[in-house]
Design a protein around this ligand. Structure first.
Ligand code: SF4
Length: 335
């Protein structure tokens, strides 16, 4: 448990948490929407500081990040709680519950040490929304950068500008969900109305802080697989982040409160892929479809196969300093 870094004290012992776009006003004894940031006697505390639900050395491709240190391992940590209520969440047992007794205590120093011990080149806060243990991730990111590790947030993008700006100097990459592109969809899926803030945060991360940003959309049958939403996301990526920004369109599998829907048909993902390409994106990837040709990176200029992927297995075939070894085109790949 740790006093929060970003909050305001209000009259009557209430506090306003400032780490995400909810900006919850929390009365004494209560918690915010995420459930893990609680007002104790007028002090905002983070109940999950340094308390992990899950840790693992993962391939960076699993985040998914395809253009950021490809082929490396990233030490991945998650805790409990989330500021969204996604009905399809595959990690709902940690994101939609409060900490259970069996957590793993891990200091920021220990996370950096374990990353090294497992042969990882970076640290990712992932599995649940990292904003909910913001203070822990900020301290971990500072230490990681000092030790020469890269740092990653896998996020729904609903963090506040203030939180992003504190992380900015120490965070290298975002794998950021744009879950759909309509008010109705975000409300139905996650009970979130001001979802467009997510777009602003992605833009700010890239423009103000120079973070590497990849966008992820889990394509859910009948929910966000219509032409308008898919085209809207692809167009926004091109216009706001640039056509070199990778877009991951991943296959939905029934989870949590959405077990009644079938997995996304492959033909739907291929249609989304075509839409991304029609809108001018250079790198569109299908996810959760191991072996599909759209998992691999082709040079948008000369067509050469640059990185071949099969699930999380990769072969770097034609890459030099982030450029195509065949024609020299810039592929927006950080190594
Ligand atoms: S992190 Fe977001 S949801 Fe949680 S208390 Fe703070 S403002 Fe509310």
């Amino acid at each position: 448990m740790r006093e929060a870094a970003l909050y305001e004290k209000l009259p009557g012992g209430a506090v306003r948490c400032l780490v995400c776009q909810w900006r919850c006003v929390i009365k004494p004894g209560k918690a915010g929407v995420c459930g893990v940031r609680r007002n104790r006697d007028g002090i905002l505390e983070d109940l999950v500081y340094g308390l992990a639900s899950s840790i693992a050395p993962d391939p960076i491709e699993k985040k998914p990040l395809f253009h950021f240190h490809p082929g490396t391992l990233v030490f991945s940590l998650g805790t409990w709680g989330c500021n969204f209520r996604c009905r399809h969440c595959q990690n709902w047992t940690i994101s939609q519950t409060l900490p259970r007794g069996e957590g793993i205590r891990i200091s920021p120093e220990a996370s950096v040490e374990l990353a090294r011990r497992y042969g990882c080149q970076g640290i990712a806060w992932t599995y649940n929304e990292p904003t909910v243990w913001f203070e822990y991730t900020l301290e971990g990111a500072k230490l990681a950068k000092k030790e020469g590790l890269y740092t990653v947030y896998v996020t729904n993008g609903f963090l506040s500008e203030e939180a992003l700006d504190l992380l900015g100097p120490y965070l290298d990459a975002l794998s950021l969900d744009v879950k759909g592109f309509s008010d109705r969809f975000y409300m139905e899926l996650a009970k979130v109305s001001r979802w467009r803030k997510v777009l602003e945060i992605a833009e700010r991360a890239k423009r103000k802080w120079g973070m590497h940003v990849e966008i992820v959309t889990n394509v859910i049958p009948t929910m966000n697989d219509d032409e308008e939403q898919l085209r809207g996301i692809a167009r926004w990526i091109r216009e706001s982040l640039g056509p070199e920004t990778p877009w991951h369109i991943t296959r939905f599998y029934p989870h949590h409160l959405m077990r009644h829907l079938p997995p996304t048909p492959i033909s739907t993902l291929e249609r989304a892929y075509r839409i991304g390409k029609e809108e001018g994106l250079y790198f569109v990837y299908t996810g959760n479809l191991p072996g599909h040709p759209a998992e691999s990176t082709f040079c948008p200029k000369c067509g050469k196969l640059v990185i071949q992927r099969f699930g999380y297995e990769i072969k770097i075939l034609s890459l030099e300093d982030g450029r195509c070894a065949g024609c020299g085109a810039d592929l927006n790949i950080r190594r």
